[in-house]
Ligand binder design. Sequence first.
Ligand code: SF4
Ligand code: SF4
Length: 375
Amino acid sequence: MLYRKMKSGDEISILGYGAMRLPQLKSGEIDEIRAEKHIRYAISKGVNYIDTAKIYHGGKCEEFLGRLLEKDGLRNKVKIATKLPPWQVKEPKDMMRIFNEQLKDLRTDHIDYYLVHALNGASWKKMKEFGVLELLDKLLKSGKIKNAGFSFHGNIEHFYQIVDDYDWTFCQIQFNYLDRQYQAGLKGLKYAAEKGLSVIVMEPLRGGRLAQNPPEDVIKLYGNSGFERSPAEWALRWVWNFPEIVTVLSGMSTYGQVRENVKIASMTEPDSMSKKELQVIDKATAVYKKLSKIGCTGCMYCLPCPVNVSIPSCFEYYNGFHLYKDDKFKNYYRNFLGDKAKASLCVSCGQCVEKCPQELPIPELLKKVVKDFEQ
Ligand code: SF4
Ligand code: SF4
């Protein structure tokens, strides 16, 4: 495992364990046996940063991690990062209540890296008015959090503002080769680093889409590149190539993914990609941009929908259908979603739109799904 230094002085593994996509049972609950095996393996190989959030796995993730990390001294081997969800904060006192719940669920007396979650311009304004900066000061002073940061899903102007508004240790941005100009993007990465913030990257594989079943043209491109690498390795290497990035969070759902990512993280130095390698990535980017219809990452923040539309699945099948030009995605849509979760149930209430970090016009996009899959 390779390590890079945080502003705090901590040496952090370049692969962080993103706990948003732990393996699940058919019921949707965390498959605790498999998740424990994966996390224990990652820690045994040197992963020392675990990222969770109040909302992950329907609010059960912190509690699961708390129970797991209590065993065998695991807590002392990792830094825990978790997040304060602005959308659950209805009045200032909610912030401290949520924080105390998180400490209790995680069975710890401090959080190593505490983030204000998924900020954009509006949520930042609200949280400042509610006194989040004073709260962070207080938590830092008392030692209940060791470092303060934020994760971000807004536009670049708001990103600059948030970076400048506080003496953050770190920020967490969505960054991958398809999202260089999206949200904070490359400009935000450089800006944060210039201001002395450590940068953590989420969605390096764009919700797994850069790793699983790439389109035929991308497979050919990688196959003819002269390098023997999986699509995941190409995508992760591209992110780790930036020296400004300390760690990359990968939401790993299978043991194979954990093992592969751990392996790649043991051999990827900053500034190590050649011009030729970077050109391969640029060409893959062009192919994806041409084929992708909807920029959904599958994060599920938009759920639950009041009429039960399975929004991420609708978009996943729709993108799959257009990327691979394969009717099987229509069948998946009909067989797996049936009449209870299909796109045409949408009543355009707009609740999901407010919650989508990608700012997707979800009701409009669902109409496209209806047109291709239901008519
Ligand atoms: S806009 Fe449609 S998909 Fe979104 S929450 Fe409302 S009903 Fe559900
Ligand atoms: S529609 Fe938006 S919130 Fe919902 S899964 Fe996709 S990216 Fe996430």
